[in-house]
Design a protein around this ligand. Structure first.
Ligand code: NAP
Length: 248
């Protein structure tokens, strides 16, 4: 299937993990891909080569999603390289977990900047081209912990809950211009982000998942593909939990 044939997508944080899965799924479905990363130069080159095997245009951009000017420059570059921006996936994110008692101001601010301010930066940057073409789909990566909270992740949960409010407001503001904005709230997904978790924490998560397994990047990529494509053309302002049936 070529659900995104001829469309151009920006995917932030795609050098590995969920973002990489989304880039591959989009490329398989005919989209041109502009993806970003922060420091994984080699992984980005490898992905660029992998994407190049599909009959699409693909380019990796080293661009800090938490930097407002960098987001603007990225959108300008993508327009001049690809000609349009039809889909934006705000996927870049980090964790700096700690109990509140030990959480530093720096770690709170950093997580908010990378996870939440980035969404403002990138959405602002693609707004003009999307308004001009009177179409667009924006998908923001939250988390189930943004819906239900999690001990030891007050900064991360707050940033992910903020994404939901931001996205619902964006959907209300831009719906009349045929621009949709939705949220995906992944559960426990096996990537480098979760690799660093303690074995017992991982077991606790998987035991609590009705489908009895962690998710993989493809599980999230398939949901993102649906929200990016015209298959979801009457869906906006929604949060889709992709979490193996966890109660949230
Ligand atoms: P990951 O494996 O740690 O990958 C994170 C990606 O984000 C990398 O490509 C990284 O680039 C990029 N990145 C980090 N900071 C950036 C910045 N300032 N500017 C641009 N790119 C940046 O994470 P993941 O597990 O795939 O998670 C992807 C998204 O899903 C995140 O928003 C995360 O919060 C969310 N999520 C994940 C899970 C899970 O269980 N894994 C669950 C719920 C939600 P470099 O490689 O260059 O550092």
């Amino acid at each position: 299937m070529e659900l995104l044939k001829g469309k151009t997508a920006i995917i932030t944080g795609a050098s590995r993990g969920i973002g990489k899965g989304i880039a591959l799924a989009f490329a398989q479905n005919g989209a041109n891909i502009a993806f970003t990363y922060l420091s994984s130069d080699i992984k980005a080159k490898v992905l660029e080569a992998e994407l190049g095997e599909y009959r699409i245009k693909a380019k990796g951009f080293k661009s800090d999603a938490s930097n407002f000017e960098a987001a603007q420059a990225l959108a300008d570059d993508v327009i001049s390289t690809f000609g349009s921006i039809d889909v934006l996936v705000n996927n870049a994110g980090i964790t700096k977990d700690n109990l509140l008692l030990r959480m530093s101001e720096e770690d709170f601010d950093k997580v908010m900047e990378v996870n939440l301010k980035s969404i403002f930066n990138l959405t602002k940057a693609v707004l003009r081209p999307m308004l001009k073409q009177c179409s667009g789909s924006i998908i923001n990566m939250s988390s189930v912990v943004g819906v239900k909270g999690n001990a030891g992740q007050a900064n991360y949960s707050a940033s992910k809950a903020g994404i939901i409010g931001f996205s619902k407001s964006t959907a209300l503001e831009l719906g009349s211009r045929n621009i949709r904005c939705n949220v995906i709230a992944p559960g426990f997904i096996e990537t480098e982000m979760t690799e660093k978790l303690d074995e017992n924490v991982v077991k606790g998560w998987t035991d609590s998942i009705p489908l009895k397994r962690g998710g993989n990047p493809e599980d999230i990529a398939n949901a993102t593909l649906f929200l990016a494509s015209d298959m979801s053309s009457y869906i906006s302002g929604q949060v889709l939990n992709v979490c193996g049936g966890m109660l949230t």
